[in-house]
Design a protein around this ligand. Structure first.
Ligand code: GLA
Length: 390
């Protein structure tokens, strides 16, 4: 565990003691994530390339001392929820309640405390981080053996089935399985992955929070998942392609297939984005392996343009920010990361001008998008989830 995470774990243990009067039985700590490229490709079995970032969610858990589950969160405050019938209530504790249920602790009270430096709803996977940290801590409390991949799969079940968000597997995977200074190229068809260097020599990554909050549950995400699935099914039915055609074909082929399947222009654009984005993941891998900053920058720019023009998950303000950043000295490329419509962006900047570039981007964000925006240079990418027994 790195020093930042270790310090947070210590604070969380102290707070747990203050809150409940006893030490916790186990603690789980999970990072956030950015996705370098491969956006909206996971839920159709494509490729993604996320890396874990050193902002964390720490969850301390212990045997409950009352008849209900008790939860205290540094961001949301305190609440309780029943131990027997755990249902989604539409409140902030849903993720933790879903984790308790998934961990098989129904009927057995637990006390939980959540402390986080990962901002909620910033598009940096705060909900996956919370779920993964909670599930790992609860497994550790029960002395169950667990592997990061199993925790990630359990977290996805909670998101899909308990919370009801039809997300892909990228976020839970990235925060559970992250490797220091590496991005992970995940094949979402079989969940096999390889490590790719995420550090570009002479350059620095910046995470730029737009200050515009986003929530997956809010509709736009689900609509795209449904539309893409429908479009793929139509192509399969009408042309006899296998359902994984978006992994292999060029944008031109896909447009032709869409024509044969009589898809709308909008559905065709969704598919064109996914198909080219899958190819960009492999191109990004090669660019990173070769330390080719120019190619990385170009792929970021192309990826953003595709998210904006074809997939429709950018906004005029976010596009203006990316356009502005392209004029800032030292910025090599920038794109939205995560689901879009707000949230965060990632930029690659030259090391020698990283400070100034970051300041100029921050000023633009605060003046044009939101006073809540922020810019974070990433010194090191993080490892994945870890647990600890006090
Ligand atoms: C969210 C979802 C992911 C993925 C991205 C878009 O982060 O949770 O599964 O679909 O959006 O790439």
């Amino acid at each position: 565990m790195n020093d930042v995470a270790a310090g947070l774990v210590e604070t969380t243990v102290q707070r747990y003691r203050q809150e409940y009067g006893v030490p916790p039985g186990a603690v789980g700590c999970a990072p956030g994530r950015v996705n370098l490229i491969g956006e909206h490709t996971d839920y159709s079995g494509g490729y993604v390339l996320p890396a874990a970032i050193p902002f964390y969610t720490v969850v301390a858990v212990g045997e409950g001392q009352e008849a209900v589950n008790r939860l205290s969160s540094s961001t949301f405050g305190k609440t309780t929820f029943p131990t027997d019938e755990i249902v989604r209530r539409g409140t902030f504790d849903d993720y933790v309640a879903g984790a308790v249920r998934e961990a098989g602790l129904t009927g057995r009270p637990v006390d939980l405390l959540v402390h986080n430096t990962l901002p909620p709803q910033a598009g940096l996977s705060s909900s996956a981080s919370l779920l993964v940290a909670a599930l790992a801590a609860l497994a550790e409390l029960q002395q169950k053996s667990w592997r990061p991949m199993d925790v990630a799969l359990a977290a996805r079940r909670v998101e899909n089935e308990f919370i009801g968000v039809p997300c892909g597997f990228m976020d839970q995977f990235a925060v559970a399985c992250g490797r220091e200074d590496r991005a992970l190229l995940l094949d979402c068809r079989d969940n096999r992955f390889i490590e790719v260097p995420a550090v570009v020599p002479g350059h620095r990554w910046l995470v730029v929070y737009s200050g515009v909050r986003r929530e997956l549950a809010s509709g736009g995400y689900k609509a795209r998942v449904v539309a893409l699935k429908g479009a793929v099914e139509m192509v399969v039915q009408r042309t006899g392609m296998t359902a994984d055609f978006l992994r292999y074909h060029t944008q031109g082929d896909v447009a032709e297939l869409a024509g044969r399947a009589s898809l709308s222009a909008q559905d065709t654009d969704l598919m064109r984005h996914v198909c080219a984005e899958n190819a960009r993941v492999h191109a990004m891998r090669h660019a990173l392996e070769g330390g080719d900053a120019r190619a990385v920058g170009l792929l970021l720019q192309l990826g953003h343009r595709s998210l904006s023009r074809l997939f429709g998950v950018s906004t005029p303000q976010l596009d203006a920010l990316v356009g502005y950043a392209a004029t800032v000295t030292g910025v090599v490329g920038m794109r939205l990361t995560g689901a879009g419509m707000g949230g965060s962006l990632i930029a690659l900047v030259r090391e020698d001008s990283a400070g100034q570039a970051g300041e100029r981007i921050l000023t633009f964000v605060r003046e044009n998008l939101s006073p809540d925006g922020s810019v974070h240079p990433i010194e090191r990418f993080s490892g994945g989830v870890e647990t600890w027994r006090p």
